[in-house]
Design a protein around this ligand. Sequence first.
Ligand SMILES: [Cu+2]
Length: 224
Amino acid sequence: MSRQAENLRAEQGCVRAIVGVLAFALFLPLSLATAADLTVTVTDKDGKPVPDSVVFLMGGPPTEPGPTVKMVQRDQSFNPDVLAISVGTKIEFPNEDPFRHHVYSFSPAKRFELKLYGGDEVQEVTFDQAGEIAMGCNIHDDMLGYIYVVDTNLLGTTNENGAATISGLEDGSSYEAQVWHPRLRGPTRRTAQTVTATQSATIEIGLKRDRRKQSGSDFEEGAY
Ligand SMILES: [Cu+2]
């Protein structure tokens, strides 16, 4: 083989390698780009973060039941104050107090009653309908907690900074974001805004006055 031909072959090999690397480099981000996160921050009209807001996105894949989660009774209150789940998800109600509770709800989305129970009994309920569920306790009048059931797996609850991050979104896609909070103004206590995956979003909501300080209850009285 002539020197020229050898050089040509070496060059061709080199070009092939470069093309291969380029193709890999281009393909890799494309294949990773399908999953994106979105952080939604919920604020009140004064720009203050609102914790315990449920943020959920419509327009995702069909809803599947989520893993079983817990609504704990501790120190004579519900923990967490607000628990958001997807339709079909089961909730356990462990009682960590040294006395008994009798949890109930009259909410249309799920009426249920967990008759007097202590720490050694496992109580669980499956929530198969979307909507707002306010819970109380027959023994302790000031106990008030919320379960919010949504028909999507794209959901989160805001932390103390008012932020919720939702994962598994399609990069660049738009979704209708809904926010629910127990003190949000209006009959559905819900507001909507269009958001785009990968861009963070801020949603401002109008809140009713927090009566916790006056009443000692976690949220407004007479909500259920
Ligand atoms: Cu109780």
